[in-house]
Design a protein around this ligand. Structure first.
Ligand SMILES: *Cc1c(COP(=O)(O)O)cnc(C)c1O
Length: 376
C-alpha cells in the first residue's frame, strides 16, 4: 500500500497497515537473500528493552564521557575481543564500533593520511567502491592498480607504480576478501615489495569487511592480521556476525590514534572517532553475538557457511556451470544468469559475472533451486 507522509497525523490503523505491509515484504525478500553477505541467523530479542533508552556512545570509548547513558564498557569488551581475533595485543590496540565497513575504511585511511600527509594511496580496481569515495573525501593522491583475474591485486603493477613514486610515503589499501570475488591480497608479499623498494614510510590498511570474521575461525587462514603487517583493519558487523542494523569495527595501533588525537585537540576537538554521536545499540549487538557464540560458535558458523559454498560450487559444476571460489571464501563466483533469475535472487552484478554468498542462513535447498534456475 503506497502512501505519502502528510502534515496531518495518520491514524493508528493506517500506521499499522503501512508497517504490516513492509513487514510482509521483508519476510518475502529475506527468503531469497543469497547475493549479499548479511547473516540473518540471529536472535537479539533480549536487547529490545534497550530501544526505550536514549543511549549514545559519543566520543572515544576508552575515555570518560559526560553522557552517562552509554555502552562504552561493552564497546571496549568488543574491541578487546577483536584485538585477539586480529592478532594484536589488546593493550596495544585501539578501536571503536563504527556505522559499518565504509566508516572503518575511512578511519584507517584518515589515520594513514594524518601520519603521512603527502603519501600516495594505492588500491586495486577490485576494491570496494567506498574506498575511491574515501580517498576523494580525504583529497589523497591515489593510483588504482590492476587486478588479476582472480581478484587479487596485480603485484607487478603495484611494484612498478610504487617504484616510480619512490620519494613518497606509501599507503596501501589491501583487500582481505573482495566484495565480488572474495579475493585476499597477499599482505606479506605487499610488505616484501615495500622492503625491496626500501620504502621507509608506509601504512597498510586492510578492508576485511566480510572475511575479517571468517579467517580467524579457519585452520589455515591467509595472513590477515596485525602479525602479518597491517596497521589498521575495518570489519563489518552486519555481515558475518549479522545484525539488524549496519555496524562494524575499526581497529588500529594505539600510538597512531594518540598522534591524531593531539592533532584534533589542536583545533579544539577532543574526540578520536569520525562520527560524533554514535550508536550505543550496535556495540550491544556485537557484544551479545560474541558473548552467545564464543569462538567455538563462530567456528561452527563459519565451517557451515564454507561447507555450503563448497556444495554450491559442486552443484554448479555438475550442471556444467563454471563456478569457483577462493580458499576460505563463502563467495561463489559464476557467470551472470538470465535477467529473470538474476532478479529473483537479488544478486549483485559485475559485468559478466555474479556471485552467491553462502551466509549461514543460506540452505542447500536454496542453492539447489538457484542452480536449477541457472541451468534451465
Ligand atoms: C561490504 C563491504 C564494504 C562496505 O561495508 P559497509 O558495511 O557496507 O559500509 C567494504 N569493503 C568490502 C570488501 C565489502 O564487502
Amino acid at each position: 500500500m503506497p502512501g505519502t507522509l502528510a502534515s496531518t497525523p495518520l491514524s493508528e490503523i493506517e500506521i499499522q497497515a503501512r508497517l504490516t505491509g513492509l513487514l510482509s515484504d521483508l519476510d518475502i525478500f529475506s527468503q531469497r537473500q543469497i547475493g549479499y553477505p548479511t547473516n540473518q541467523t540471529y536472535d537479539f530479542s533480549s536487547l529490545l528493552p534497550f530501544l526505550a533508552y536514549s543511549i549514545n556512545n559519543v566520543g572515544d570509548p576508552f575515555h570518560a564521557s559526560n553522557y552517562w547513558s552509554n555502552t562504552h564498557a561493552f564497546e571496549r569488551e568488543v574491541i578487546s575481543r577483536f584485538a585477539d581475533l586480529m592478532r594484536i595485543d589488546a593493550g596495544d590496540a585501539w578501536g571503536y564500533v563504527t556505522s559499518g565497513g565504509t566508516e572503518g575504511n575511512m578511519y584507517g585511511l584518515y589515520l594513514a593520511r594524518e601520519l603521512f600527509p603527502n603519501a600516495m594511496f594505492y588500491f586495486s580496481e577490485e576494491t570496494h567502491y567506498s574506498v575511491l569515495k574515501n580517498v576523494r573525501v580525504l583529497n589523497a593522491r591515489h593510483i588504482m592498480i590492476r587486478r588479476q583475474d582472480n581478484g587479487e591485486i596485480d603485484y607487478d603493477d603495484l611494484r612498478d607504480m610504487i617504484r616510480v613514486n619512490r620519494d613518497l610515503p606509501v599507503v596501501i589499501m589491501a583487500n582481505v576478501g573482495t566484495t565480488m570475488r572474495g579475493a585476499v591480497d597477499d599482505i606479506p608479499r605487499l610488505r616484501e615489495i615495500l622492503t625491496d623498494l626500501a620504502i621507509t614510510n608506509s601504512y597498510i590498511h586492510a578492508d576485511a569487511a566480510l572475511s575479517g570474521m571468517i579467517l580467524p575461525f579457519v585452520n589455515d587462514p591467509q595472513p590477515y592480521g596485525f602479525d602479518a603487517g597491517i596497521d589498521s583493519v575495518s570489519v563489518s558487523g552486519h555481515k558475518m556476525i549479522g545484525a539488524p542494523l549496519p555496524c562494524g569495527v575499526v581497529l588500529t595501533r594505539r600510538p597512531y590514534v594518540e598522534r591524531v588525537g593531539r592533532a584534533i585537540e589542536y583545533v579544539g576537538v577532543q574526540d578520536t572517532t569520525l562520527s560524533g554521536s554514535r550508536s550505543a545499540f550496535a556495540p550491544l549487538l556485537l557484544w551479545h553475538a560474541m558473548a552467545r557464540l564464543g569462538d567455538a560458535g563462530f567456528r561452527r558458523l563459519v565451517a557451515g557457511a564454507l561447507e555450503t559454498a563448497e556444495y554450491a560450487v559442486g552443484q554448479f559444476n555438475e550442471r556444467g556451470i563454471p563456478a569457483w571460489r577462493h580458499r576460505n571464501s563463502v563467495t561463489v563466483v559464476f557467470p551472470r544468469p538470465a535477467p529473470e533469475v538474476f532478479r529473483k535472487w537479488q544478486m549483485a552484478p559485475e559485468a559478466e559475472i555474479t556471485h552467491v554468498i553462502t551466509m549461514p542462513h543460506v540452505t542447500h535447498e536454496m542453492i539447489d533451486e538457484l542452480v536449477d534456475d541457472c541451468a534451465s
